[in-house]
Design a protein around this ligand. Structure first.
Ligand code: NI
Length: 173
């Protein structure tokens, strides 16, 4: 089932989402399957559960090979991260452009840690730990912020670097 995406201004995007306690519960597994289906239909590279109006700590991401190649990044396999926790591996931060399914048509330049370690649980409840860098780290930080009720414009330092994708892409060409 395709779930509706909440856009900026919807109060669920401003709340701290709750930990998932019973990953194996049938209702939870059904929700996650719907979230993955909705994510794939959205054409995005990451989605957090509050964006489909469930205030729980779940992220889905995938950077498909053809899109990764276009942008010069490493692909990311489809991942479902439950109850993720992230920590920066250094102080180094990089500026980069981001968009968000909840702020359609717009993009902004956001500082993020270059390198992070994240821990999470998988669909089967297994614990995983990964160190990721650059664009992969950026996506996870962006999605993780959704779980704490934060949208990327709140992390921006220079609001002049916020605008409509069509206008910005033209000026970058
Ligand atoms: Ni987003």
């Amino acid at each position: 089932m395709i779930l509706e995406i909440a856009r900026m201004g919807h109060p669920i995007l401003e709340k701290r989402a709750q930990e998932v306690e019973d990953i194996g519960a049938p209702a939870m597994q059904k929700f996650i399957a719907d979230m993955v289906e909705s994510f794939k239909a959205s054409g995005g590279i990451g989605m957090a559960a509050p964006q489909v109006k469930e205030s729980v700590r779940i992220l889905v991401l995938e950077l498909r090979e053809e899109i990764a190649a276009q942008r010069g990044f490493e692909p990311i396999p489809l991942s479902v991260l439950i109850n993720p926790v992230i920590e920066p591996l250094s102080e180094e931060m990089l500026l980069g452009w981001e968009g968000c399914l909840s702020i359609p048509g717009m993009m902004g330049e956001v500082p993020r840690y270059r390198a992070i370690r994240y821990r999470a649980q998988t669909l089967t409840g297994e614990s995983i730990v990964h160190e990721v860098y650059d664009y992969h780290a950026r996506i996870i930080q962006h999605e993780y912020d959704h779980l704490d009720g934060i949208l990327y414009p709140q992390k921006m330092q220079n609001l002049q670097k916020f605008g409509f994708v069509e206008e910005i892409k033209q000026s970058l060409m």
